[in-house]
Design a protein around this ligand. Structure first.
Ligand code: BGC
Length: 411
């Protein structure tokens, strides 16, 4: 009897011992916009890594691709004194908020594990104010990615096109076979993502930068930019009419064989990679028009100032940890922000790594690498108006873009 009670007691002590880390784990509220299956799988890597160091990652997930909802919610929370502990904040907003003193500096991070020194030249400025980092970059997305249904391509005897003309011919062929050629959404940020990918494929690097960063009226009003708008218009008949849903639903249409391909950031690749093997779906992935240009964006987290210094240091260590970045990137479809992390890449990510580090790396406007929120809003709005008003000519849209960007400069 005694022995039995002893056994019971040991069992309870063992059970309590198991629960102990949970009971003592420190909560970390984390605001982000990762709500699709693959985004949550990637988040699970962070949850696990945090738990191993005694933190309980408590998500505040705000739906809306590209952070359309998340940044508004974050602003509202901060204004009402309810800031999360950490948040996914990307691009120039980091500088704007850092100026107001909201975030922990990452200036001492080099002492933790030297991560700032392991960042590519394009990455560090994106998270820094006057040379001082205020966010921890986790991963680099490639925006000009094309995902497709491999079986369908084989059936139609096609491979990803290398030229615009070849691309259009494929779209016609796919449409004739009764399949929606392009699984694109007409949500404004998704349209503008497609548009900037066409821009990168049509303009040369200096023209692309002159529009996105220089607001150069000569280039915006020029014939090459007109061609970008014309090409964008040319795609409209190949996009399904009911296309207003979140990006992951359109990716899903590819897996189900209802649509052939999607031009999207490589997070769509991660989503399609999650299809059950029983579904007979084979994922095809390439860059748009097989270009070696790399349209990039960088995901990053800020740590709010109310977080204690020792906790902030731990969080910084965790998010910049090479192992965590490698596992997170595999799940998210990205390459790690650190360039010194060995990862077992799929072909598309291996190409992304190579092109980002050696090719033409072009900052994405829509995903906040090229410019500030105001310029981004103008860009998305102009593209959206052009798409929804079929009577608008490319010249009118060019003029609108030039005027609205110029107005920002004169503010
Ligand atoms: C973010 C990605 C996210 C995607 C879709 C992008 O702006 O960088 O992390 O998966 O939006 O929401």
């Amino acid at each position: 009897m005694l022995a039995f009670q002893g056994y019971k007691l040991t069992k309870w002590i063992y059970f309590l011992f198991l629960l102990a880390p949970l009971a003592h784990s420190k909560p970390v509220t984390a605001l982000h916009w990762w709500t699709s299956n693959s985004e949550q799988a990637a988040e699970a890597v962070l949850v696990e890594a945090f738990a191993e160091r005694g933190f309980d990652w408590q998500p505040v997930a705000v739906s809306g691709g590209a952070g359309e909802g998340a940044l508004k919610v974050l602003r509202a929370k901060v204004l009402s004194g309810e800031s999360p502990d950490i948040a996914q904040v990307v691009g120039p907003s980091i500088r704007d908020w850092a100026k107001l003193g909201f975030f922990h500096t990452q200036a001492k991070s080099s002492e933790y594990n030297a991560w700032p020194r392991a960042l590519a030249a394009q990455v560090l400025p994106l998270v820094s104010l006057d040379g001082e980092p205020f966010a921890i970059p986790t991963s680099i997305h490639r925006i000009n990615t094309l995902v497709y249904n491999q079986a369908l391509f084989e059936q139609l005897n096609i491979t990803p096109a290398e030229t615009w003309q070849g691309f259009i011919e494929q779209l016609e062929q796919i449409q004739a076979a009764g399949v929606t050629p392009l699984a694109q959404s007409s949500q404004p940020w998704q349209l503008a993502t497609l548009f900037e990918v066409i821009m990168a494929a049509t303009l040369d690097t200096s023209q692309y930068l002159a529009v996105m960063q220089g607001f150069d009226a000569n280039v915006i009003l020029g014939s090459d930019m007109r061609l970008v708008f014309e090409r964008f218009r040319q795609l409209q008949p190949f996009i399904s009419n009911e296309a207003t849903r979140d990006w992951q639903h359109h990716s899903q249409a590819i897996a189900e064989g209802k649509a052939a391909m999607q031009v999207m950031g490589d997070w769509a690749k991660a989503e399609l990679a999650l299809q059950p093997t029983s579904s007979n779906f084979a994922l095809g992935c390439s860059t748009f028009l097989q270009s070696s240009k790399h349209v990039y964006s960088v995901d990053s987290f800020v740590i709010f100032n109310h977080v204690a210094d020792d906790v902030a240091r731990e969080i910084s260590l965790l998010l910049s940890d090479p192992n965590v970045q490698a596992r997170f990137s595999s799940a998210k479809g990205t390459i790690p922000a650190r360039s010194d992390v060995p990862v077992d890449y799929d072909d598309c990510s291996a190409q992304s790594f190579e092109d980002f580090h050696s090719g033409d790396a072009l900052p994405s406007m829509v995903h906040r690498a090229a410019n500030n929120e105001e310029a981004r809003n103008v860009f998305i709005h102009v593209v959206d108006r052009f798409y929804s008003d079929r009577k608008q000519t490319p010249e009118q849209a060019q003029q609108r873009l030039a005027n609205e960007l110029a107005a920002l400069l004169s503010q």
